[in-house]
Design a protein around this ligand. Structure first.
Ligand SMILES: NC(=O)c1ccc[n+]([C@@H]2O[C@H](COP(=O)([O-])OP(=O)(O)OC[C@H]3O[C@@H](n4cnc5c(N)ncnc54)[C@H](O)[C@@H]3O)[C@@H](O)[C@H]2O)c1
Length: 408
């Protein structure tokens, strides 16, 4: 019995240091995974872990926000758009896909108010195109990377019954700082990005009901680390801060800087996503995933400056923008199902990220949208003379050349 247990819980160390239970490696071996967004930050790590687990990996990405260099060796790269239903049909006809890991998205929550249509076309309709194929080709499990953004800020219905509840921001902050958002809290997303994520969560559940396709939904938050989009000026505050320091620019802080976020190092998130379909108990469940400890944006600014060797780096205070003030989630469920705890603290994670950034050997020039769909109320920090308001926004596109700004 003891030997059996030992065998069951024996952990296999893979080439890159991630640990996977032996029975999951056995399940993964020989399976084919389609990872969308695999040239992006989280997707490239998930693709690598899937490959380490023994899966054959098809990596799909249109390179609108990711780099070809992020795609791990040994996987099959397909450059294409998730909104291209015919391309997807060809991929699924040519390959027997067992697991889909859907990460492709444009993930700028704040900007999504001003690019609503682009947001829904990419993050919702594109997701549905993949799900259609997954249903028709009887994929075993569809792993969807949703977001903490689905919760919005007024999500704890139990508090609606609480006569002592406070609707003030500070009361809300105190409440969630203690407990964190739980998977059963009712989502009330407040921006188009969160609404698209939640809509697709519902769509997946409807597909499960009618067609029986299994899913696992993960709701990560504020992930940072190597391969991150350092060039995007609208999202990923860790990347923005690092980029600003190395460009000698002040750190832009919106409002008071007291917004709370639990910044999560990539190695505490991506391996769990890769294991999603391999834990049968986890099928058709939703999991928060990420770090437990919350920091304010001001604290983050301090920590990034220290990690980059620039303590006291100047800050530029910008008007507050429309955003959720406190986004801290509870991870009891993911720990129970996947038996993991967050391991990389903010200081260590930031030092690793800065080290990776320096290793790139070049500076990232921020990439900006050429147009938005609605200009009204766009934060001043995002306004530019040449920014256009257009009926159809095509997003931004990066290339290594365009981000090559100088040597570090
Ligand atoms: N980074 C975070 O903190 C975080 C938090 C919660 C959820 N998420 C979700 O995780 C996923 C990955 O995020 P990320 O931070 O790695 O972003 P990322 O931009 O680094 O990766 C997304 C990838 O999707 C690709 N992509 C975008 N539109 C596409 C399209 N139409 N067709 C094909 N590929 C397309 C991009 O080129 C990019 O490589 C996203 O779904 C995001 O919403 C991220």
């Amino acid at each position: 019995m003891l030997r059996w247990r030992l065998k069951l819980w024996l952990l296999l160390a893979c080439a890159h240091g991630a640990l996977f239970p032996e029975e999951e490696v056995a399940l993964a071996r020989g399976k084919t995974a389609l990872v969308t967004g695999a040239a992006g930050f989280i997707g490239s790590h998930v693709a690598r872990h899937c490959s380490d687990l023994g899966m054959r990996v098809l990596a799909l990405d249109d390179l609108s926000g990711g780099f070809r260099a992020n795609v791990p060796e040994g996987v099959t790269f397909i450059q294409g758009d998730i909104r291209d239903a015919q391309l997807l049909e060809r991929i699924f006809n040519e390959h027997e896909v067992h697991y889909v890991y859907h990460l492709a998205a444009y993930a700028a929550e704040g900007l999504s108010h001003f690019i609503r249509s682009y947001n829904y076309r990419t993050n919702l309709v594109g997701s549905v195109e993949i799900l259609n194929q997954a249903i028709k080709h009887r994929v075993h499990c569809f792993v969807f990377t949703s977001s903490i953004a689905v919760y919005g800020s007024i999500n704890d219905l139990s508090q609606m019954q609480n006569p002592n509840r406070s609707l003030s921001t500070s009361g809300h902050k105190a409440l969630h700082h203690q407990q964190g958002l739980k998977e059963e809290d009712r989502p009330t997303p407040e921006d188009p990005y969160g609404i698209a994520k939640f809509a697709f969560e519902l769509d997946l559940q409807a597909a499960k009901e009618l067609f029986g396709i299994d899913f696992v939904i993960f709701r990560p938050h504020n992930v940072y680390g190597p391969h991150q989009n350092m060039f995007d000026k609208y999202r990923n505050v860790v990347g923005i801060f690092i980029n600003q320091i190395f460009h000698g620019q002040p750190l832009t802080i919106f409002g008071s800087g007291e917004q709370l976020r639990a910044f999560s190092y990539i190695d505490d998130v991506a391996p769990i996503l890769a294991r999603g379909p391999l834990q049968h108990r986890a099928r058709n469940e939703i999991f928060n995933v990420g770090a437990d400890v919350a920091y304010s944006v001001n604290e983050l600014a301090h920590a990034v400056s220290e990690a980059a060797g620039a303590p006291g780096h100047p800050r530029s205070i910008q008007p507050a923008r429309l955003e959720v003030e406190v986004a801290v989630s509870n991870h009891d469920k993911v720990k129970e199902y996947f038996g993991v705890t967050s391991t990389v603290g903010l200081k260590e994670g930031l030092e690793r990220t800065v080290r990776w950034y320096r290793q790139q050997g070049y500076l990232f020039r921020p990439v900006e949208f050429q147009s938005v769909e609605v200009m009204e109320r766009l934060p001043p920090a995002w306004q530019r003379e040449d920014l256009e308001e257009r009926a159809v926004c095509h997003g931004s596109r990066v290339s290594r050349a365009s981000s090559h700004d100088g040597e570090l």
